[in-house]
Design a protein around this ligand. Structure first.
Ligand code: ZN
Length: 315
């Protein structure tokens, strides 16, 4: 059976059920007071304009749905259309343009653009824990893409936008940052903020990494200038993994997202980081990836509270 025939892609009640199951794994949580366990469902009645997924809190007596406090709250698009869009963006390795979403979902281009950026927000990892725990290897490299606003076209990559990416070889996860310039100072700050001290840094031979590498437990670097892509002395010394990530990112940016501005570049990077960090080679299939994106739609989580169980049960 086609994945797209799943009810939550077509039926609004089923879409609510699916989202509620992912966002409220232990049952509904009141959006207003954080109460659990005293929530009743109000049956949907489109004729009487009773919304899908409406709940009533027995504690604060207010009504809410699972859309509140999530990226879904900001648009009136039906939830099953959101789930279709999320599935498309999660399952397409190089992304899906707003034009494509506009045509496939039959929504306005403006809605499609808005929705795609909200989904990127859901994909943005809140995980800031350092890469390279327990002496793991972390590849760091920079790349150039598009055009820096207002910069004259010249030699080198100075007129382009600059991106620094890190790939943790143990977890397979990628993390990317848009930077204004590529300098020892900027790279040093990124490494200090994202790498554990015991991590082994892997870079190319670029001079600006030498001092940074001395702060780490180890530093391996190749000599690309001399045509060396894997160290002659140690086959573990290379940056081929992060370069593989850049290759997917660049194919997507060239082929799908042709006019990304610097203002939005970090959002596209979050999307590519997300898909790469949750890729099939790490055991995450399309459906599991879409579920992980769905887990990210919640903006701020309320502290759970179970008035029927007393204060000690609160987390
Ligand atoms: Zn409440």
């Amino acid at each position: 059976m086609s994945i797209l025939s799943a009810p939550h892609f077509h039926d609004e009640a089923a879409a609510f059920e699916r989202v509620e199951k992912v966002i409220w794994p232990q049952g509904p949580v009141c959006h207003h007071c954080g109460c659990m366990g005293r929530i009743s469902a109000i049956p949907a009645n489109p004729e009487k304009r009773v919304r899908y997924g409406l709940k009533r809190c027995g504690d604060c007596k207010r009504q809410f749905t699972v859309r509140m406090g999530t990226i879904f709250e900001e648009s009136k698009l039906p939830l099953h259309i959101w789930l279709q869009a999320m599935h498309l963006m999660c399952s397409s390795k190089k992304g899906v343009s707003a034009h494509q979403l506009h045509r496939t979902l039959e929504i306005t281009y403006k809605s499609a653009w808005f929705l795609a950026h909200r989904i990127r927000e859901a994909m943005r990892s809140g995980d800031l824990s350092p890469f390279g725990h327990d002496g793991g290897m972390v590849e760091v490299d920079e790349t150039y893409i598009g055009h820096e606003p207002g910069a004259p076209v010249g030699a080198g990559g100075n007129h382009k936008m600059k991106v620094v990416s890190l790939v943790d070889r143990d977890s397979g996860k990628a993390r990317s940052v848009v930077v204004d310039d590529i300098s020892s100072k900027v790279l040093g700050e990124i490494v200090a903020a994202n790498l554990s001290r015991e991590a082994i840094l892997m870079t190319d031979e670029a001079r600006h990494y030498i001092k940074i590498g001395q702060q780490q437990a180890g530093h391996g670097h190749t000599n690309h200038g001399a045509g060396e892509y894997v160290s002659r002395f140690n086959p573990l010394v290379h940056t081929n993994t992060v370069e593989g990530f850049f290759s997917i990112f660049k194919r997507g940016m060239r082929g799908v997202y042709q006019h990304a501005s610097k203002k939005h570049l970090h959002r596209y990077l979050a999307e590519f980081d997300f898909r790469y960090s949750n890729r099939i080679a790490l055991g995450v299939d399309d459906a599991a990836r879409a579920t992980r994106a769905l887990q990210g739609v919640v903006g701020k989580r309320l502290a759970y509270r179970r008035p029927d169980l007393g204060a000690e049960a609160s987390a």
